[in-house]
Design a protein around this ligand. Structure first.
Ligand SMILES: Cc1cc2nc3c(=O)[nH]c(=O)nc-3n(C[C@H](O)[C@H](O)[C@H](O)COP(=O)(O)OP(=O)(O)OC[C@H]3O[C@@H](n4cnc5c(N)ncnc54)[C@H](O)[C@@H]3O)c2cc1C
Ligand code: SF4
Length: 525
């Protein structure tokens, strides 16, 4: 059995970031990834292949509460979901770390404050080369450093939208973008500023994803090994059940077991829960880290709405994801509870609509899909999803994964949609015409769009109500850690990846200390 100092299972936002952080320590690190490199090929940038044919979506089948099968929109590659992400790299708001009252109930506090995570947010922004502008968004939390790169400029139609929002009394801001764009030196810029970013893989590795910014730099260190197509199927423990002794992996048709002094799970919220639940032993009959019966519970995602408005003039924008609006994050004049975040989403392209049912594409009778796409201005609305014990991942004896979910905060979501709709007339858009866009969510079960899944393995101070302690170590096992979005006690209403990355760096410092390599802590970015 090969022995490592650290085994990291999963190479996405959580695992890939941790790998890079630990790599310079010289410790022997094994990365296990069930997927392969995402192939670099022309189809990376073809809407038909990506959105209609689901070329990069896993072939997994999950089941809803009624036993109905569906295909979850998850991605098994080196870099995980970040290979396809829109790279909108937001910090949670400072208030999101405290208890917040929502229309449907309380969003619980985190066991750490924003201040404790702030230095790691700064490091994560540096590691992922985030482009942004401080001081524009009134809900922005306090920060200790400027963004490492200037904001990505708005193209003319989005600049016009920004100006019009400002004229109407709102506070649009330049969205934080993790793309490796150098507008001052385009011949040398890795990102070429194309229309195929949000939801697509980047064919030129210009996106700051966890493969490009996490795994590849980690592999420059000889002490780091990546095993691809290696699916962790079980964690073994010592007879007392106090430590993980082996990670059982299926790889190339064989089963192998690896051992590590420290084992870190970062498989994404649903698969992390699955692995822990399937690793039950006599000492841990309900699964590892599950003395509190919290593993798999509190599944959250942003049941976001992608909508398009029709601009009176054509919208020739190429890279549209440059603007955000948080004026309704904590409520509005008419609604005292938080509504959420509005941001742009990748520009509509006619082929994206082709997978939709005829009823859904009947946007405006006299408009062809091509014309709709030319005039579309596309928004992404996210309202906070609240943790509910019954919203959960469970796994039966055959490994069948069931995702039970009931929507939360539907009224707040409706209000946010209504707010945007009410603004259209002031923004040179066809008044009243705000259509749902199904490109991300054409699957019939709404939660199949589980891109922002989180919360199945939350961390906390109390072992009775959490799976992990404040260091993200399992309460009951001395060497088992989790660093993906499953640790979130609440999800806020902004995109989750930067928070997972920052928390990975925070936990990474703790691990370096445990490994006797604390001189490498805080140095990584
Ligand atoms: C289309 C899309 C757009 C998005 N846009 C944004 C955005 O703009 N901004 C943002 O902040 N977030 C965005 N997200 C969400 C973001 O990508 C995720 O929140 C983030 O990647 C989650 O990180 P993670 O480490 O929890 O999981 P992942 O990044 O999914 O990583 C999990 C990894 O574990 C691997 N794995 C799973 N099971 C096993 C196993 N048993 N053994 C070995 N390996 C395993 C997976 O293959 C994967 O590589 C988007 C996601 C999608 C899909
Ligand atoms: S906009 Fe840049 S980072 Fe995004 S896919 Fe295009 S080239 Fe890649």
């Amino acid at each position: 059995m090969d022995a490592y100092d650290v085994i990291i299972v999963g190479t996405g936002a959580g695992g890939g970031t941790l790998a890079r952080h630990l790599a310079p320590s010289g410790k022997k690190i094994l990365l296990l990834e069930r997927g392969d490199w995402l192939p670099r090929e022309p189809q990376n940038w073809l809407a038909q292949d990506v959105f209609v044919d689901n070329r990069y979506v896993s072939e997994d089948t999950w089941y809803d509460t009624k036993g109905k099968p569906f295909q979850p929109q998850i991605h098994y590659f080196v870099g995980g979901a970040t290979k396809l992400y829109g790279a909108a790299l937001y910090r949670l708001r400072e208030e999101d770390f405290g208890e917040l009252r929502h229309h449907d109930g309380l969003s619980p506090a985190w066991p750490i404050s924003y201040d404790e995570l702030e230095p790691y947010y700064t490091k994560a922004e540096q590691m992922y080369e985030v482009h942004g502008a401080r001081g524009e968004d009134p809900t922005e939390p306090p920060t200790s450093a400027p963004y490492p790169h200037p904001a990505v400029s708005h193209e003319p139609r989005i600049q016009q939208l920004s100006d019009q929002l400002e004229a109407a009394g709102y506070h649009p801001f330049h969205a934080p973008c993790g793309i490796l764009l150098d507008e001052q030196n385009m011949p040398y810029s890795r990102c070429v500023r194309c229309a195929n970013c949000d939801g697509f893989p980047c064919a030129v590795h210009g996106k700051a994803d966890a493969e490009v910014m996490g795994v590849r730099p980690a592999l420059e260190h000889d002490n780091v090994t990546l095993l691809r197509n290696a699916k962790a199927v079980k964690l073994e423990t010592n007879p007392e059940g106090t430590a993980v002794t082996g990670v059982v992996v299926t790889h190339d048709g064989t089963t192998e077991t690896f051992s590590g002094d420290l084992v870190v799970v970062a498989c994404g919220a649903a698969n992390t829960a699955k692995l822990l639940l399937e690793s039950a032993t006599d000492e841990h009959p309900n699964g590892l880290a599950n003395g509190s019966d919290q593993v798999g519970r509190n599944f959250m995602f942003h049941d976001s709405v992608a909508v398009l408005a029709l601009s009176r003039e054509e919208n020739p924008t190429v890279y549209q994801k440059t603007l955000g609006l948080n004026d309704f994050y904590f409520g509005s004049d008419e609604f005292e509870f938080p509504l959420g975040n509005i941001q742009m989403v990748g520009k509509s392209q006619a082929p994206m609509f082709h997978g939709e049912k005829p009823g859904e594409t009947k946007l405006a009778p006299e408009w062809t899909l091509e014309r709709v796409a030319r005039h579309a201005i596309d928004f992404w609305l996210s309202t906070e999803d609240l943790p509910r014990a019954d919203n959960r991942v469970s796994v039966d004896r055959d490994g069948k994964l069931t995702l039970s979910y009931s929507e939360t905060n539907a009224e707040a979501k409706k209000q946010l949609y209504g707010k945007l709709r009410s603004l259209l007339g002031k923004l040179d858009m066809n008044e009243g015409h705000l259509f749902h866009r199904f490109a991300y969510m054409k699957n019939e079960i709404p939660f199949a769009g589980c891109a922002h899944q989180a919360g199945t393995c939350r961390f906390g101070d109390d072992p009775a109500t959490s799976a992990l302690n404040v260091d993200c170590r399992a309460h009951e096992l001395d060497n088992l850690y989790v660093v993906d979005t499953s640790i979130f006690p609440s999800i806020g209403a902004v995109n989750p990846a930067l928070t997972a990355m920052a928390n990975s760096l925070r936990v990474g410092d703790h691990l370096l200390e445990r490994l006797g390599a604390s001189e490498y802590a805080a140095a990584a970015a």
